[in-house]
Design a protein around this ligand. Sequence first.
Ligand code: NDP
Length: 448
Amino acid sequence: MSDYDFDLFVIGAGSGGVRASRVAAAHGAKVAVAEEYRVGGTCVIRGCVPKKLLIYGAHFAEDLKDARRFGWNVPDCGFEWTTLRDNVLADVDRLEGLYKNTLNSHKVELISERATITGPHSVKLASGREVTAKVILVATGAWPLIPEVEGAEYGITSNEVFHLDECPKRIVIVGGGYIANEFAGIFHQFGSHVTMVNRGSTLLRGYDEQIRDRLLQISMTKGINFRFNAKMERIEKNEDGTLCVRFKDGDPVAADIVLFATGRAPLTNGLGLETAGVELDEKGAIKVDEYNRTSCESIYAVGDVTDRLQLTPVAIREGHAFADTVFGDNPRTVDYACVPSAVFSHPPLAGVGLTEAQAKNKYGTVKVYTSDFRPMKNVLAGREERALYKMVVDATTNRVVGLHMIGPDAPEILQAAAIAVKAGLTKQDFDDTVALHPSMAEELVLLK
Ligand code: NDP
């Protein structure tokens, strides 16, 4: 018999925590998971999943317009935010239920309370109950960061955006990263007047420059407004509840909603990590080794709280590797090379491997192949928007080291192509593959 109440105590039932719990339990461990909010974490409850459903909803705005060019008699259609919102939230409930079932069917005890670490093997629950565990896993995720600006309390974050009472007529989105670009596309399609406010001069740092430039150009053409190098001075609330965003330079912008999409910080505050000697880095993220072990031997951490790559599939892999390592007698690490990622902007973009600039730094000489084309659906629809695919090749070995694309369905196409990049295939391997015609993806094997 173990001296502990549980073999594993997980704090946080998000993507990483649920996967770790389930796999550890399947390996025979006695597992409990504490969650103070809802099961599923950011991705399921207030991130990837509801966001993607809103993206689908938003796409109908253009699809309905385009349908006329394809012969459909489409009457003028109105959009009802509350219908979409409620359907999306109902689906989130459904998914949360599935996550709970998974925990249940693996005999993982779900404790719906906040848990705080009190030592290397002990946690205290909000109810006052003390629990011991041989191993503790911290999978608490991250939380939206809000910059210090007067009146910031009038703004919202991605936590609240899925619950709005009505679709804003005017929205100011602060930030130029993933969330900002995704919600700019969503609200623009819903008919909101969107202004993106960026402290610097670039969007989506880390993505290939040409692809980012294309998104900016398309977004501006669609009618999204941009303020670059903007210094926000304050947000004021008017008597009628509307907002006014004031800047050090330039005209103020009126808005119904100000959405902060200015990054996410690891959620470590008040967790009691210091009681067990768990070290944090300068950004407040939990420091872990390649096996997800913290500076305390019995405490591990996975997912956004470790701030390695803030992506759901990465957290899931880390949680799985942790459980196999500690409870499955199968030490495993996660390979962070060639992780594909996408921004579900409008149109979406996706990338894997090195950008052109990164590849030049690493390999010296690179060959770059691009296809800049108008998807045939856009041509018939009378839509000027062009897609851009870009392949970066190490000139010495001919190996494809980066693939970047923007255009309809780019994330769907890139996921498959990422296998080839991850496998280290060459430009010749792509060329040797017969095109699948007519498709957009065929451009990948026809690059000159
Ligand atoms: P990002 O890191 O993508 O972008 C943050 C943006 O906010 C940047 O433009 C940054 O500017 C700006 N910013 C940061 N601090 C300040 C500040 N103090 N004042 C003004 N602007 C500021 O963060 P997001 O919040 O968009 O998303 C968080 C994370 O969630 C992402 O990094 C991603 O890992 C994940 N995510 C992934 C998605 C996906 O896979 N499709 C979708 C949504 C989120 P600068 O460039 O100058 O630093």
